[in-house]
Every structure is written in C-alpha cells, then in structure tokens.
Design a protein around this ligand. Structure first.
Ligand code: C2E
Ligand code: MG
Ligand code: MG
Length: 603
C-alpha cells in the first residue's frame, strides 16, 4: 500500500505527543511531489504554482492535525474539501494522493513516531471522506444548477406558451383583433365599472353576402377582404376611442363605453358603414362590399354582456330584412325590446304548432260574405284562430306567417280546410242552406305536390261540392310562379272550385292575373275603402279606380268582393258601383260556427 512497503498501522505505544515539526524545505519538497502526482489526474485551472500552494497548505494542515496535542482526525475532512475546492477533484487524484501521503509522508517529513502512522491513517480516511462529501455536494450543486436552469427555461417556455395561448384565446387568428371572448370580457368589465346612471352601446357590423364574395374570389382573397375591413374599422375605432373586436367570420363589433342616447351609437354605425362603402382594393381588383349593422344602446344598470351582444346580433338580422333603412351603402337597425319580445313569442308559437295541431287547438271563425244588392248572406270566409291554452285566442297574424315560413301551413291548412268543409256540410244538412265556403290557401300550399289529391280527398270525405268551395289566394302566389304551380291552379279550377284573388291592391295589383288565370272572384283590399269621403289624393284616386276595377272585372266575368266594410255608407257606395259582395265588421264580424247557424233560416 505504500511505496516503501511500510505499513501505516505500526503499533503505537501510549502517547507522547508528536513534537516533530518538519522543516519548511521538506514540506515544500513533499508539496512539489504531491503536485506532480495530482497533475496527472487533475487539471487545476489556476496553474501549477497555485496547485502547489494549495497542496502545501493542505500538507501543513495535515501535519498540524497529525502533530496536534489533541488529535482530531475529523480535521482531515476540511483538507479533503479544500482539495476539491481547488479543483483537485478526480477520484484518481484522491487515490494517488492517499497512496503518496500514506506511503511517504512520514518518511519524507522525517516523522518517526509510533502513533503517527495510525493518526495518519485516520486523518487520510477523513480526507477521503471530506473529499467525497465535497464531490457529492458539488455534484448535487451541479445537478441542482442543472435542475434550476431547466426549471427556469421551462418556466420561461411555459410563460411564453401561456402568453401565446392567452393571446390566441383572446384574439382573432386572422385579424389579430380582440375576439368574442375578449369583447365579452370588455363589456362585462365596462358594465361592472359603470357609474349608476351610465349608458353604453355596441354596434355589430356584418358584411352582406360574404359567402358570395368567398365563393367568387376564393377563401384566401376573402380573408384579405376581412383584413382590410378590420383595418378600416380599426382606424375608425382608434380615432374615437371605441373598442373594436372581430367576433368571427364576417362580424365585427364596436363597443362604445359611454353614450348619451341611441343616436351616439347610430353615428358609430353610420361611420362604420360609410367607411366600408368604398370597394376594397386587392391585387388590382376592386371588390365592392356593403355591410349591415345592428345596434343596441341602453342603461348599463341591469345589462349583461352576452345579452347585449345577442341583442345587437338580432338587430343585424333586422337590418338585413328591413329594406327601408338604407344609409349610404349600408343599413342599420336599433334593437327594440318590444319587437324582440313579439318575435320570441312568434318563434315559440311556431314551435308549438305541431303539438297544437295534434291536440286540435286550431279553430275557425266564420265571417259573413254578403251580397250587396240585397244584403243576403251568400257565404262565409273561414278564418283561423288558435285556442291557445296559455295565451287564449291567438289571431292568424301571429302564427300564419311563421307557419308559412316553416311549411307547417301545409298540414295546418289542410286540417282547417277539412274543418271548414265539414262545417259547411253540417249547415247544409241542418238548414238546407248552401253557403259558399271561402278558405284561404297559402302560397306554400300551392307549391306542395299532392295538393289537388288532398283537396279532392277532403271534398270526398266531407261531401262538400267543389262548386261551393272558394279558395282565396294572394297575388304573391303568382309571382315567379312556375308552370307546375300554374297547372295546380288550373287543376283546382277544373275541379269546379272557385278561385278568389285575396287582398287585391296590397301587392303587385296586376290585372293580368284576371285574364290569365281561372279567377272567379276579386277581393278588393280594405285600403280601397279608406277615407272614401275625405279629400285626400288617395281617396280621390280610389274613387276613380274602384269603378274602373269593378267594371273591368265584370267584363272578364270575375265577381268583386269589397273587404273591410266598416260603415253603412261604404256598403251603399259600393252597391252603387255595382260591387257584387261585401265583407267587413259592418256586415258581420268573424264569429264562431254557432253564431252563423243562428243567422241561417232554420228548417
Ligand atoms: P284575409 O284573408 O284578408 O282575411 C280578412 C281579415 O280582415 C281577417 O283578419 C278579418 O278578421 C279582417 N277583417 C274583416 N273585416 C274587417 C273590417 O271591417 N275591418 C278590419 N280592420 N278588419 C276586418 P284575420 O282573421 O286576423 O286574418 C288575417 C289574415 O290571416 C287573413 O287575411 C289571411 O290572410 C290569414 N288567414 C286567416 N286564416 C287563414 C287560414 O286558415 N289559412 C291561411 N293560409 N291564411 C289565413
Ligand atoms: Mg282571405
Ligand atoms: Mg283578405
């Protein structure tokens, strides 16, 4: 184990303390030797002389501990640590050092004491312990440093990712404008911070026919259009300090944090629509765009962010359908809670129609059709009524339009037709009276295949003759009518069913129908009778038009019914013009079947 073969474990007689302090020269020589040994296995960045100085110090400490009066082997640990701290830290350096010191130290320094070898062994053991401890600490420190570095890098990345994610969550990918989530947040915050009497508004801008633009120029260019729109609106919002967001697709929102009244937001809408009125220039192309806007303006108190957005959204829909609100290339509509409530009610009612049909909640009121010449009751018009379990009697104006839009009018219309014919047959059976049963036929019904067959079935089932059935069709039924629909109208006439043009004068008022279609009756809209005795221009023109219309109809073998007769004078006037029939509150309101029964002469 030692170079000279001597064992450090020489028996030590009881202790006279080591008093041998080696001369400095021997210490230096030993240090040089040691330095040479460790140089083979350790790189000391500070250089050889530093290494020698370190080792000399270590040696001195070692000798000091070795020769100390109160021997404490643990002092070796500090020496081991000092070596590692001075970059003498390879395991080989430790091994070589222990070998060198254990083998030659005592001899080289001329220490010849019985206790010395054992003390040296104990000390060197502690040097090794201090050395390895220090190495482990350094390694742990390094690992810790690595961990720390990794953790910081990771945290940095997380933070960046988080920021990116946060940005993505709150911005539109295409325009990088605040998105719906951020806009909703902004609104909620604005509402939360608003003083009690504050008002605020928002304006939703939606491009018209964006799908068509998309289809015609392609998605990439359409994206460019959206970017350009975003830029224009952004410039404007920036100028006025409004909050612009891109809610998605072709919808942008402008939030106005402080308003006095709806005019403030109307101005915002006007400006937004105006800034979009110029075509978008893209790669030498000019792409014309228009937009519609929905605005909502109200007191901040009690308002909710999502509700405000929904309200503005509804208004955009109105702007698109309300054609009369043209404003410099675009339209806007202001949210109206009453209108919305009515629409909501209509939607709800529409959804309830199928169930109501199944439960038999639809009924008919019958309004007298009177021959003006002798005031005779010649027929009735069947008018739909909904006996709603919650709302009571609901008038057709509230459900017929939605029923037409949804196609529900087809089963509903047929059910009502059957009810009307059955009622007419019952009256004839009980009174012998053959009234004309006039039933409204919706446009959607005419366009439904199988209409002729279903009507034939109804007539067969109820036993009501086709000749006593009159179907009322509005003019709009004939706009852009294809041949199929024309065939159906002719088919109805061929069955012997009478055809009336309903509400003539409210639509296109084309007299061509009278000659081209198998029409038997013309129902003049109530508007012809308005203010007949007044001196207004409409009244005067109606006074001239009425006789001409009646004459023309008669020439074409078409009878005329005047609707909306509310006064005796009107009835007299029309009778004088040779108008055939009349209908109106003056002649009889729509009434339940039993009331009509009472009007009929009993057998
Ligand atoms: P319409 O076919 O023109 O029916 C006449 C409407 O004028 C009825 O309204 C009637 O109550 C009302 N009226 C009658 N006389 C007067 C009057 O002197 N003054 C005023 N101001 N109004 C009068 P109603 O019952 O509310 O029906 C409205 C419309 O709903 C009908 O107009 C018709 O277009 C439609 N409708 C009603 N029932 C049905 C139906 O079963 N099927 C279809 N497709 N439409 C129906
Ligand atoms: Mg009618
Ligand atoms: Mg009518």
């Amino acid at each position: 184990m030692t170079e000279n073969g001597s064992s450090p474990q020489r028996d030590a007689p009881a202790a006279p303390l080591l008093r041998v302090v080696p001369p400095e020269t021997r210490l230096s020589a030993m240090a040089r030797l040691w330095a040479r040994v460790v140089a083979r296995s350790s790189f000391v960045p500070e250089g050889r002389s530093t290494a020698r100085a370190v080792l000399e110090n270590a040696l001195r400490a070692l000798v000091d501990a070795l020769t100390s009066d109160s021997f404490d082997p643990t002092r070796g640990r500090a020496i081991g640590r000092a070596l590692v701290a001075s970059h003498i830290s390879s395991p080989k350096a430790l091994g070589d050092s222990i070998d060198l010191l254990g083998g030659r130290l005592l001899d080289e320094l001329g220490i010849d004491d019985e206790q010395a070898p054992r003390r040296l062994a104990a000390l060197l053991g502690q040097v090794a312990t201090g050395f390895t401890e220090s190495l482990r600490d350094a390694a742990l420190g390094a690992a810790e440093d690595i961990n720390k570095a990794e953790r910081t890098a990771w945290r940095d990345q997380q933070r960046k990712l988080h920021r990116r994610l946060q940005h993505a969550l709150l911005h539109d990918q295409l325009t990088d404008l605040p998105n719906r989530a951020q806009f909703t947040g902004w609104l909620a915050e604005t509402l939360a911070r608003a003083p009690v009497d504050a008002r605020l508004g928002l304006c939703l801008v939606n491009l018209d026919r964006f799908k068509a633009i998309n289809d015609s120029i392609g998605m990439e260019k359409a994206d460019q259009v959206l970017l350009a729109v975003g830029n224009r609106l952004s410039a404007q919002a920036g100028r006025y300090g409004h909050f612009l967001a891109h809610l998605g697709a072709d919808t942008f929102a402008i939030g106005v944090a402080r308003t006095n009244d709806s005019d403030d937001v109307a101005k915002v809408a006007d400006r937004a629509l105006r800034t979009l009125a110029d075509p978008i220039r893209l790669d030498g192309m000019q792409i014309p765009i228009t937009a519609s806007a929905g605005i909502v303006e109200r007191a901040a108190a009690g308002a909710q962010a999502t509700e405000l957005i929904r309200a503005a959204d509804i208004s955009v829909g109105w702007a698109k359908t309300d054609q009369d609100r043209y404003r410099q290339g675009g339209r806007w509509a202001l949210f109206d809670p009453d209108r919305n409530a009515a629409e909501v009610r209509r939607h709800t009612l529409t959804a309830e129609i199928p169930g109501a049909l199944a439960r038999g909640e639809f009924e008919l009121a019958y309004q007298p059709l009177v021959r003006l010449a002798d005031q005779e009751l010649v027929g009735v018009e069947a008018l739909a009524r909904w006996n709603h379990p919650v709302h009571g009697w609901v008038s057709p104006g509230q459900f017929i339009p939605s029923a037409e839009d949804t196609g529900l009018i087809v089963p509903l219309g047929l059910a009502l037709l059957e009810k009307a014919c059955a009622q007419a047959a019952a009256w004839r059976a009980s009174t012998g009276q053959s009234l004309i049963m006039s039933v409204n036929l919706a446009v959607a019904q005419i366009r439904t295949p199988g209409l002729l067959a279903s009507i034939t079935d109804v007539l067969r089932r109820t036993g009501w003759p086709a000749e006593l059935l009159q179907l009322e069709i509005t003019e709009s039924a004939f706009i852009g009518t294809d041949d199929d629909a024309m065939d159906i109208v002719h088919g109805l006439a061929d069955l012997g069913i009478g055809l009336a043009i309903d509400d003539f004068g409210t639509g296109y008022s084309s007299l061509a129908y009278l000659s081209e279609l198998p029409v038997t009756n013309l129902k003049l809209a109530a508007s012809f009778l308005r203010d007949l005795d007044a001196q207004t221009k409409t009244a005067r023109s109606n006074l001239t038009i009425l006789p001409a219309l009646i004459k023309l109809s008669h020439d074409l073998d078409v009878s005329v019914t005047a609707e909306g007769i509310e006064e005796a004078a009107q009835a007299t006037h029309l009778k004088g013009l040779d108008c055939d029939y009349g209908q109106g509150y003056h002649l009889g309101r729509p009434m339940p079947a039993d009331n009509v029964t009472a009007l009929l002469p009993q057998r």
